[in-house]
Design a protein around this ligand. Structure first.
Ligand SMILES: [Zn+2]
Ligand SMILES: [Zn+2]
Length: 193
């Protein structure tokens, strides 16, 4: 059976508008979340403060996601840590019995259905009592991670020639420029010239 650490069973919450439950989840086992340069590694827990409220037709989920991302400075490759602490709110609709769903009777109503679908993009569907928090948690993390993480905003990076950090090099550090890359092209002539 597939492992779904972000599936949450809401059976404790009565399906009566106004009912509310709060939970604290610590997700210890999950896939890494993020990008190559920075991500929540699989060994870092993802903490979720979860509040579920019964509303008409579904459950309103309010959650705070906290986790520690680890990555490397895109200039000097030093280790970089970044804390995620993000809130999201999402409406989960109770599962609609597929037998009650009507197919569009006429083709002309297809467009209206499409518009309806677009409108309900933000609404997620429950499966039985289960809500899947993963897409929202993933968004909360990925949309808030720095795309170009830096160890400090003014990190000078590495010397492009020797790969040593500028912070470790004397200010007058330089390499004698003997550019052999074009040497082979000397004397080269276009056949048509
Ligand atoms: Zn750096
Ligand atoms: Zn150098």
């Amino acid at each position: 059976m597939a492992f779904h650490p972000f599936h949450f069973d809401t059976h404790d919450l009565p399906r009566r508008a106004g009912e509310m439950r709060e939970y604290f989840l610590e997700i210890d086992e999950h896939e890494p979340m993020g990008f190559d340069v920075i991500s929540i590694p699989d060994y870092e827990p993802i903490d979720i403060e979860l509040r579920l409220e019964s509303v008409t037709g579904g459950i309103l989920v309010t959650a705070t996601v906290a986790a520690e991302a680890v990555g490397e400075c895109t200039r000097c490759l030093d280790r970089v840590e970044f804390s995620i602490d993000e809130k999201f709110q999402e409406l989960f609709e109770y599962e609609v019995d597929y037998r009650q769903k009507k197919k569009p009777a006429k083709k002309s109503s297809a467009k209206a259905d499409e518009e309806l679908d677009e409108e309900s993009d933000d609404v997620r569907q429950m499966v039985g009592d289960i809500i899947d928090l993963e897409p929202s948690v993933r968004d909360a993390i990925i949309l808030n991670l720095p795309i170009n993480p830096l160890c400090s905003p003014d990190c000078p990076g590495l010397c492009p020639d020797c790969g040593i950090k500028w912070t470790l090099l004397p200010v007058d550090h330089e390499h004698a420029v003997a550019d052999i890359r074009w040497a082979g092209l000397e004397g080269w002539k276009s056949p048509e010239a």
